[in-house]
Design a binder for this molecule. Structure first.
Ligand code: SAM
Length: 288
């Protein structure tokens, strides 16, 4: 009999998404969440946490390249970066492609996600967890960030690569968390956070964006349609205390991308710039 994994709409009960499970590779109830890894004929290996698809082998580059290269190349001189969440290692792997980066700290609540990603998701994390530039911390991101102010050199970039705002990831969408992150950023530093799919989860965009706006002088949103995320475009929010840091001239972006010498399958400077054009239904959510 054919087996299916199902992701259901948690808000309105309006839809269910099924993916064929060719083979279950790993299933575990960790201290923090239910973890499932299976193979699907279209997406390859699929990671689901608490029943929600997080990333897949075949389309992870849409999400991870846009999460990482947009702010790294908008900033132009990222040397120290923090990732909160991101236990699959996909964001870390993209970040470490930038030779200019000297230090990356990854704060993940669930050691089990890292262990099994290293074992089963090499296509996503590569050798990123062995890189000498990495400082790996197993902790709740909210608590860890709150304790760091004044205790370490500021970060040029903070990436919040969290699960959705339910379960352990909920605190990573809170106002106090954003305020503590703001305190850890260097001058001209950038923060990027994932804000789910606004068509299906409008509150996951509007509420965190309002909270972000209370801790940062400027915010801007950009989009990417990730095939395994149901409902169309998902949105990343970028924030800074320096409004000018959020935009970059096309020529500078082209130059920085060429100098970085990285190979990408989704990101280009033109895609970067176009992603900031928001359809009116998304812009309206931000104004509400
Ligand atoms: N690409 C994904 C998506 O769909 O948005 C997110 C990737 S990543 C797997 C999300 C990670 O955030 C998980 O490994 C989860 O354990 C971690 N996480 C959730 N809550 C956290 C918290 N409070 N502190 C640190 N990490 C957290």
């Amino acid at each position: 009999m054919t087996a299916w994994s199902e992701e259901a709409d948690r808000l309105k009960g309006a839809w269910r998404l099924q993916l064929r499970v060719e083979r279950v590779l790993h299933q575990e109830k960790t201290e923090h969440q239910d973890l499932l890894l299976f193979e699907n004929p279209l997406f390859g290996r699929v990671l689901a946490l608490d029943g929600i698809v997080q990333t897949t082998e075949r389309d992870e580059f849409f999400y991870h390249e846009m999460l990482v290269h947009v702010p790294v190349l908008a900033h132009g001189a990222v040397e120290r970066a923090l990732i909160v969440g991101g236990g699959d290692g996909g964001a870390l792997e993209e970040l470490l492609k930038h030779d200019r980066l000297r230090a990356a700290t990854l704060v993940e609540i669930d050691q089990a996600v890292i262990d099994f990603s290293k074992a089963h998701l090499q296509a996503i994390c590569g050798q990123a967890f062995d890189d000498p530039r990495l400082e790996l911390v197993i902790a709740d991101g909210l608590a860890w960030v709150a304790e760091q102010r004044g205790r370490r050199a500021p970060f040029d970039l903070i990436l919040i690569d969290s699960t959705d705002p339910v379960g352990p990831g909920e605190v990573l969408f809170s106002e106090s968390f954003y305020a503590d992150c703001a305190g850890l950023l260097a001058e001209g530093g950038l923060l990027v956070t994932q804000n789910a799919v606004p068509f299906t989860e409008p509150d996951s965009l509007a509420k965190p964006l309002a909270a972000l706006g209370r801790s940062f002088a400027a915010t801007a949103c950009y989009r990417v349609a990730v095939p395994s995320f149901f409902g169309g475009d998902m949105v990343f929010a970028m924030a800074s205390q320096d409004a000018a840091a959020l935009t970059v001239e096309a020529a500078a972006l082209e130059r920085r991308f060429a100098e970085a010498g990285i190979e990408t399958r989704y990101y280009t400077p033109a895609v970067h710039q176009g992603a900031f054009a928001l359809p009116p239904y998304v812009a309206a959510l931000l104004e509400a």
